[in-house]
Design a protein around this ligand. Structure first.
Ligand SMILES: *[C@@H]1O[C@H](CO)[C@@H](O)[C@H](O)[C@H]1NC(C)=O
Length: 278
């Protein structure tokens, strides 16, 4: 049984391409630049996943671990820069359909990919229609000062059903103000934002509604040191974002006792609890 499962997994992942949906861990060779010391989180992969090196307008923009069953990201990783949101239509990831497809994200309205194939591989814009949830960004559009970087966050592989009050309230406050305040003395801030799946779904079970949404960051300081912090928000109808230590967040993300989650390279301190400015 065990061998069968391993074999099935190996076959499954070999059918996934070797380019923008990548089979190797994110590293200095695969999708470099988005993780501190190019180290991807340890043990943070769902049963069926795709690593997407998010490419838009001929450039890699950020990295996403995509949950192929729940049709939501597990996390997106990027370098934080205070910026403005630049909007574009909703985008999709052709490579989730198959590795012979375009290596760049495409506009869902303009793509020529067969609608059923597309729908089978990922969440689409209309999955979110007529639900009470916002299309909540994991990597936020306003954390980028390059307009193309910002537009690339509108891929639905970077979106989760998020409580609208939270998305436009406490979470927005974290995205706009708290992180800016925290990152003020950082020379480079590596952010990882993610979602913990819950028991509810939208669109007839197609898209999971996360129980929690979390954000973590690790930065290099002007004085040569390191700093890290994390927050978590209950997505079930509480408009609140709580500070949490990286160590406690990792515990919450670990689903198996012998496979603990480590979000960042070991240089990042784990026990800081931030105070919110307001
Ligand atoms: C979202 O949260 C608010 C409170 O912050 C709550 O009143 C509302 O019912 C929630 N929406 C959903 C869809 O759960």
């Amino acid at each position: 049984m065990f061998h069968f499962v391993l074999l099935a997994m190996a076959l499954n992942y070999h059918t996934v391409g070797n380019a923008e949906v990548i089979t190797s861990p994110f590293s200095d060779k695969h999708c470099p630049g988005f993780f501190y010391k190019d180290t991807e989180p340890k043990n943070l992969m769902p049963q069926s996943f795709a690593r997407i090196c998010q490419r838009f307008n001929n450039k890699y923009r950020f990295a996403t671990m995509y949950d192929r069953q729940n049709h939501i990201p597990v996390y997106s990783a990027y370098v934080y820069q205070a910026g403005n949101s630049n909007r574009i239509g909703w985008l999709i990831e052709p490579q989730l359909v198959g590795n012979s497809y375009n290596k760049e994200m495409e506009d869902e309205v303009l793509t020529t990919i067969d609608r059923n194939l597309l729908r089978a591989s990922q969440a689409l814009d209309d999955d979110y229609k007529d639900t009470k949830y916002d299309r909540g960004h994991i990597n936020p559009s306003l954390h980028h000062n390059d307009p193309d970087d910002s537009m690339s966050t509108f891929t639905l592989t970077n979106i989760v059903p998020q409580n609208a009050t939270l998305n436009q309230g406490a979470w927005r406050h974290y995205e706009e103000d708290t992180i800016k305040h925290q990152a003020a003395d950082c020379t480079r801030t590596y952010a990882i934002v993610g979602a913990i799946p819950g028991n509810n779904y939208i669109s007839k079970g197609r898209v999971n509604v996360p129980a929690y949404i979390w954000a973590a960051a690790c930065c290099t300081l002007q004085n040569g040191g390191m700093k890290a912090w994390a927050v978590i928000a209950d997505n079930s109808g509480i408009n609140r974002v709580d500070p949490i230590t990286l160590a406690d967040l990792e515990k919450k993300l670990s689903t198996h006792p012998t496979r603990p989650v480590h979000l960042f390279h070991t240089d990042c301190p784990k026990n800081t609890l931030i105070k919110f400015s307001t």
